[in-house]
Design a protein around this ligand. Structure first.
Ligand code: PLP
Length: 405
């Protein structure tokens, strides 16, 4: 039986810095006051300085999770209750939930079957006078079409937000994803490529959005008088502050990130090249090694060429001992919260005013992929090596032979 090695990116360097921080006794430097302590402790500032350079942005803001980051970003926009935010149904639920926190309405646009990210044409179709922002998700480690979305919406008042949680360093048209929109960010939770246990990063070049995110991160209402903040809408603050330990560990993790991605991608690129030779399998196109970060390997069965059900193929792959292979993904627009329109309280607030019918049929591409043709290989769980790649290739080859595909 083939054994995959579970990944662990935490090593000596992280242990050393954690030791130092613990010995200092200062596990957080944040205070909900201005000016001292408002921007956090020594390691939070150090980590943010590092991230600014790493991503080539004016502002990098750490938070205690990327979910918190998304909520802060929503508040940083001038959202009014009832405004609409277009979002992808193929994402982790937090991407859609952050919209509800400011009583705005998530409107789902469909995805493209080529990259599983928002389809610019569907975005355009779902725009109304109330559209305030669009959240694109660089899902599975691959880039979304930010430039194309900008082009079709033809409205620079509508802000574009990148949820790049799964793509810490994917290059698209010479830009790092997450930095190619108005504001974006990354997750540092334990499942991602690198992690601090829990944590998130917001990146932007927009001063006003950055300042508002930092206010929401740290109990805005307590400092707006001393800071002479005039625009106070949506500045009901939270505690989204990162601890010194996470910041220190994050610093070490980021020093390793490129190496981790290059090492993994070398193998995964090989795997993709091998699997492409099988009849009826559609895989991401990779020209350069960082085109995709492969949080998971998205695989599509081309049903114009293969007439055996996904379930059967999946079952056979499982029987071969292939772990981490999953049927379909998820369709956030079909969660009960939307279907029943129950969010705050029990009477439909605020989803009752949505024109969108949260039911099957509104995102046909996403739905068909989930129901019939999409398979994921959860590569991010493992420390992948050449033997693993050969094993995965053999599993697919043998199943293709057995089922005469
Ligand atoms: C992980 C993830 C999030 C949430 O990030 P947390 O740091 O766990 O809060 C949001 N969106 C996507 C696409 C994710 O993969």
């Amino acid at each position: 039986m083939h054994k995959f090695k579970l990944k662990n990116t935490i090593g000596r360097e992280e242990l050393a810095i954690a030791n130092k921080i613990i010995k200092s006794g200062k596990l957080s430097g944040f205070k909900a006051e201005w000016p001292n302590g408002f921007y956090g402790g020594k390691y939070v500032k150090k980590f943010e300085d590092y991230l600014k350079k790493f991503y080539g942005v004016k502002y990098a803001i750490t938070v205690n999770s990327w979910t918190s980051g998304l909520i802060a970003i929503m508040g940083s926009l001038d959202i009014e209750p009832g405004d609409e935010v277009i979002v992808s149904p193929w994402t982790m639920s937090a991407t859609a939930m952050c919209i509800l926190h400011f009583n705005a309405i998530p409107i789902f646009a469909d995805i493209s079957k080529e990259d599983y990210c928002l389809d610019p044409i569907s975005v355009k179709k779902n725009m109304t006078k109330k559209t305030k922002a669009i959240i694109t998700v660089d899902i599975f480690g691959g880039p979304s079409k930010v430039e194309e979305i900008k082009k079709v919406i033809k409205n620079n008042k509508i802000k574009i937000i990148s949820d790049s949680a799964q793509s810490p360093y994917a290059i698209y048209k010479k830009k790092i994803v997450g930095t190619n929109s108005d504001i974006g960010g990354f997750s540092l939770n334990v499942h991602k490529h690198i992690n601090t246990g829990e944590g998130g990063i917001i990146v932007t070049n927009n001063k006003s959005l950055a300042n508002r995110c930092m206010l929401i991160r740290n109990h805005a209402e307590t400092v707006i008088a001393n800071m002479s903040i005039k625009k106070i809408n949506n500045l009901i603050g939270y505690n989204f502050r990162m601890c010194e330990l996470e910041a220190g560990i994050g610093l070490e993790q980021y020093k390793k990130l490129k190496k981790i991605l290059f090492n993994r991608n070398r193998y995964i690129k090989k795997l993709v090249e091998k699997l492409e030779n099988l009849n009826g399998l559609i895989l991401p196109k990779i020209n350069n090694i960082l085109d995709h970060n492969f949080y998971i390997l998205p695989i599509q069965i081309d049903d114009t060429k293969v007439n055996i059900s996904r379930k059967k193929i999946w079952n056979e792959l499982k029987k071969m001992g292939l772990v981490g292979i999953v049927e379909g993904y998820q369709n956030i627009h079909l969660l009960k919260i939307f279907k029943k329109r129950i969010a705050y309280g029990s009477r439909g607030f605020p989803l009752n005013i949505s024109w969108q019918k949260y039911k099957k049929g509104i995102c046909p591409v996403a739905e068909k992929l989930h129901d019939k043709t999409f398979l994921t290989l959860e590569l991010c769980l493992f420390d992948i090596n050449l033997k693993d790649i050969n094993f995965i290739e053999n599993c697919f080859k043998n199943v293709w032979l057995k089922l005469k595909i």
